[in-house]
Write a protein that binds this ligand. Structure first.
Ligand SMILES: [Fe+2]
Ligand SMILES: [Fe+2]
Length: 179
């Protein structure tokens, strides 16, 4: 049997008019909206913790390669801040409230805030590398979980996932494992 395409247009038109309070969200969005908003708020927290870690590390980095590494950290920090804003915007579009409360950021974040005591470059590279790998794994799971239920949120998470993989790859090039 071919997969036949059919739309109940009279019902769709009626619903479009009836539920204007839902903004862009229609019944075609089959996600568990409340859970999705909570999960996206975990991503918001993760992005902010990563932004703060990269920014701190870029400022205090020491060592012979400090300029090159600090520049990479600053570039990643800018991208994490952009992710943070994009996911916050999506939560708002879905009718939720982006939770930017600093008091609960760390508990909601998938990644940890590590600021190496010695400001050692390799230690910073390793900890940011670990954080990126955590984000890659959790964002992949989120993409799979969203599936077809909300294509726009899935695409947003796919875009972030690709950039986290790029971050992990760039850090992997700089990482020197201790022998
Ligand atoms: Fe990010
Ligand atoms: Fe990242």
């Amino acid at each position: 049997m071919p997969n036949q395409f059919a739309l109940d247009l009279s019902k769709i038109r009626e619903d479009a008019r009836k539920h204007l309070n839902k903004g862009p969200v229609t019944s075609a969005n089959t996600s568990d909206l409340r859970r999705l908003i909570d999960v996206l708020n975990e991503v918001v927290a993760t992005e902010m913790v990563c932004y703060l870690r990269y920014t701190q590390n870029a400022i205090v980095a020491q060592g012979i390669n400090r300029e090159q590494v600090a520049a990479l950290f600053r570039e990643h920090a800018d991208e994490e801040l952009d992710h943070f804003k994009r996911v916050s915007d999506r939560i708002n579009q879905l009718g939720g409230t982006p939770d930017l409360d600093p008091a609960t950021l760390v508990a909601r974040s998938h990644t940890e805030y590590e600021a190496p005591a010695e400001n050692d470059l390799q230690e910073m590279i390793r900890e940011n590398f670990v954080a990126e790998r955590i984000a890659v794994e959790t964002y992949t799971e989120i993409v799979r979980w969203i599936g077809d239920s909300d294509p726009t949120s899935r695409r947003l998470m796919e875009d972030l996932l690709k950039e986290e993989e790029d971050h992990a790859d760039e850090l992997s090039d700089l990482y020197e494992p201790k022998s």
